[in-house]
Design a protein around this ligand. Structure first.
Ligand code: NAP
Length: 497
């Protein structure tokens, strides 16, 4: 198995097929690159042309349960390691991932399609979770206090919560994996990662890097499958599993919360978003447009944090629409691995069809297409950068995640009105506010129902900060010191001495 995944020097010349051939394609269970309990495989597709680039082992319920058994038997040994030992291993993961960054970025592009600059950004963000939690691992402070009565001491210990099932989506196949694995391991937990079926290769390559960094057998297991529902359901009904951390759609999150309830498994949920991007009249136009481009177009719009609804105050509206259109229409679209490309394909034909449906609905209700708006002919799953102005309230595009390169712009008049519009959604992941008046920006940030707010910034993600949503965007936080608390059980000991 490729223990030195990504070390070869000819990376730049390689096609998606060649890149994929250098990643593992079998599951990682108990330190072994394992075949499945049946002999089924599934295809991994290059979204830039629809071609098959790899076959990956299609795991079953039995494979999921083997992975749980491996994680459970590795748990005592991993828990017994000192925080410093765990920290050293995680730091080696950071260094190896950074050394192999270019290979990993190209592999992400090969199976996900995103433009290489986005993939490079993802690898560096993903590696940061190893560094951050390597640093956090020795800093997990427990508490000691005197009871108010003076009769005893109150000791609060943090213990690893136990075997964790981690489920990740295809849009950030590296970062969503490390954002879960790193705090789980730092806290002393062992885990099973179930990556998305569209993008299993990146996860498997990270698994190989982790073994090389010294992660013991069974501490991290990776189960690949196209039967996510069955395999995960079996794992969540194994009494050895004590933690579920899921990133994906709100619909699947609700199913998993119900399944986790059967064994009262602690659950962290990073779900969908519908981010408002608010521009007040007094905002600096150029920085608002630059922020809008990042908030909308990072990852080609396929991000839970993507700006979904642009609310722009009347006084700056026309200028903002014009400048955003200039920037959007100048983007170079094409195969993500090619030099100079800024926007790659969407993940699947179904993703393109969803974007087409949302644009059509908006236009039928009165929105104007300022640029883009028509699917690009294949091969590959391309949709052009698109700006829609004067989008009408009630349009589906304002209620559903677009997950594509479409900016829907709506004018507003007053601060009160825009706060109500921004909050008129069941989601509450992130919002963005542009204003030169910081007092106003912070007031509005306080009023908006979202777990994260970017003030005069189009990006909020940071390994050192608590990432997560309110309302139906999720439960719990990932990143920062808070992210590790999701993987600890608090034990209170009342002691007299
Ligand atoms: P998804 O369909 O919910 O899938 C996410 C993961 O869940 C995949 O690994 C998928 O496996 C698995 N899955 C699907 N059905 C399942 C079931 N019944 N039981 C157990 N696992 C199941 O979401 P997606 O389309 O991959 O990702 C896009 C969504 O993720 C968007 O809604 C986006 O906002 C959200 N997201 C949120 C964050 C955040 O931090 N809040 C970050 C990134 C993405 P298969 O691939 O095999 O179906």
């Amino acid at each position: 198995m490729p223990k030195t995944v990504g070390l070869e020097s000819s990376i730049e010349a390689e096609s998606a097929l060649e890149l994929a051939s250098r990643a593992p394609n079998t599951m990682l269970i108990d330190g072994d690159w394992s075949g499945g309990t049946n002999s089924n495989w599934f295809d991994v597709i290059d979204p830039a042309d629809g071609s098959k680039i790899a076959s990956v082992v299609n795991g079953t319920q039995d494979d999921g349960l083997r992975a749980v058994a491996a994680a459970a038997s590795a748990a005592e040994g991993w828990k017994a390691k000192s925080p410093r030992q765990r920290s050293d291993i995680l730091m080696r993961c950071f260094h190896l991932m950074t050394e192999r960054a270019e290979f990993l970025a190209r592999l992400i592009t090969a199976e996900n399609g995103k433009a290489l600059p986005d993939a490079r950004g993802e690898v560096s963000y993903a590696a940061e979770f190893f560094r951050w939690y390597a640093e956090e691992s020795p800093r997990d402070f427990s508490e000691l206090a005197i009871a108010p009565s003076g009769a005893n001491r109150i000791v609060v210990q943090h213990q690893p919560i136990g075997v964790a099932v981690l489920i990740t989506p295809w849009n950030f196949p590296a970062a969503m994996a490390t954002r879960k694995i790193a705090p789980a391991l730092a806290a002393g937990c062992t885990c099973i990662l179930k990556p998305a079926a569209e993008t299993p290769l990146t996860a498997l390559a990270i698994g190989a890097i982790m073994l090389e960094a010294g992660v013991p057998a069974g501490v991290v297991n990776i189960v690949t499958t196209t039967s996510a529902g069955e395999v995960v359901n079996a794992m969540l009904h194994d009494p050895r599993v004590r933690k579920l951390s899921f990133t994906g759609s709100t619909g699947v999150g609700k199913i998993l919360l119900k399944e986790a309830a059967d064994q009262v498994i602690s659950s962290s949920m990073e779900l969908g978003g519908n981010a408002p991007f608010i521009v007040f009249d007094d905002a600096d136009l150029e920085s608002a447009v630059a922020g809008a481009m990042v908030a909308k177009m990072r990852n080609g719009g396929e991000a839970c944090t993507a700006a979904n609804r642009f609310y722009v105050q009347r006084g700056i509206y026309d200028a903002f629409v014009q400048r955003l259109t200039d920037e959007m229409s100048a983007l170079k679209v094409g195969r993500g691995l090619d030099a100079g490309i800024q926007l790659g394909p969407l993940i699947t034909p179904a993703a393109v069809a969803k974007v087409e449906r949302l644009v059509l609905d908006a236009v039928n209700r009165g929105a104007k297409i300022v640029t883009g708006g028509t699917k690009i002919a294949g091969p590959g799953y391309f949709y052009p950068p698109t700006v829609l102005s004067e989008v009408v309230p009630g349009s589906d595009i304002l209620n559903e995640e677009i997950f594509g390169p479409v900016a829907a712009i709506i004018p507003f008049e007053t601060q009160e009105e825009v706060i109500a519009l921004a909050n008129n959604t069941e989601y509450g992941l992130v919002s963005y506010i542009y204003s030169a008046d910081h007092k106003r920006a912070f007031f509005v940030a306080g009023e908006i129902e979202s777990g994260m707010v970017g003030v005069n910034r189009g990006i909020v993600s940071d390994a050192a900060a608590p990432f997560g949503g309110m309302k139906q965007s999720g439960l719990g936080r990932e990143g920062g010191r808070h992210g590790m608390l999701e993987y600890v059980e608090m034990k209170y000991i009342a002691a007299s001495w």
